[in-house]
Design a protein around this ligand. Structure first.
Ligand SMILES: [Zn+2]
Length: 267
């Protein structure tokens, strides 16, 4: 029954994908006329943007002043990801989640909620090793296993976890701990995967209160003026802080940009 359901759901999900690619402005946010909203959708691909994020690379996404991209790593996590999704949904903003394969398999309903909410799903390996410390073959296998697990949880794909190279639904990847190497980066580019770094972050791997995290990220954002922001939806302080952060960036005049796979005509 389940494979049949998936088959039947696929055209609906594709249609939903087309509709979800449209920005949800504050004016069209159900139940929240004062919502932050998603200002625009930006298509990204490895041909034009193989590596983005100035913390790691010389270039980043083509964002205008006061434009930000929200990204969350390491989920999904049952204790915290639902609160993050609630906050995003309430403000009608869309984000990108770089998922761990093992967490996606453990909580597929959360992955499917991210998709249903219109968020972008990217990949962050299966179990979060530092890939630069592994052999190229072992690193490649870990990446492929992560892609297979996430796509199984998200889309019901049945590709084998040892398929190499695994073809992901959305070619967005972030290295755990940003631990890349020139050889790994070359391989990612050859596979057509966009490697996301970040332009700024909340340092939410350090223990702090939600109030401290809010002050820190707003300070850094006002200094940078734009950029890809890295959070972890596995962190309780981030989940607690997020509603206030989204309110604060609306007050300060920032605009949320939703990144999606750039689909060229005919592809
Ligand atoms: Zn991570």
């Amino acid at each position: 029954m389940r494979p049949l359901m998936r088959l039947l759901m696929r055209p609906l999900m594709m249609l939903a994908g087309v509709l979800l690619a449209l920005p949800v402005t504050a004016q069209t946010c159900a139940g929240n006329p004062d919502a932050l909203g998603t200002a625009r959708v930006l298509g990204v691909d490895a041909a034009t943007s193989p590596r983005v994020g100035r913390k790691q690379f010389p270039t980043t996404l083509p964002l205008a002043a006061k434009e930000i991209v929200l990204t969350f790593d390491d989920g999904p996590w049952p204790g915290t990801t639902p609160r993050v999704l609630d906050a995003l949904e309430h403000e009608c903003v869309r984000a990108t989640f770089f998922l761990l394969g093992r967490n996606a398999l453990a909580a597929p309903a959360l992955v499917q909620r991210e998709l249903a909410d219109g968020d972008t799903i990217g990949y962050h390996t299966f179990s979060h090793p530092l890939l630069s410390k592994m052999s190229l073959a072992a690193a490649g296998a870990e990446v492929d296993r992560g892609i297979a697990a996430v796509d199984r949880a998200a889309y019901g794909d049945t590709k084998e976890s040892n398929e190499h190279p695994a073809k992901p639904h959305t070619p967005f990847f972030r290295f755990p701990g940003f631990a890349a190497s020139p050889a790994l980066l070359e391989r990612m580019q050859a596979r057509g995967l966009v490697v996301f770094g970040a332009d700024l972050w909340a340092s939410d791997w350090n223990p702090m209160t939600p109030q401290q995290e809010l002050a820190l990220i707003l300070h850094r954002l006002d200094a940078a003026g734009r950029g890809i922001i890295l959070f972890h939806d596995t962190k309780a302080e981030t989940a607690r802080m997020l509603p206030d952060f989204l309110r604060a960036i609306k007050t300060r005049g920032y605009h949320v940009v939703h990144v999606v796979q750039n689909r060229r005509e005919g592809s």
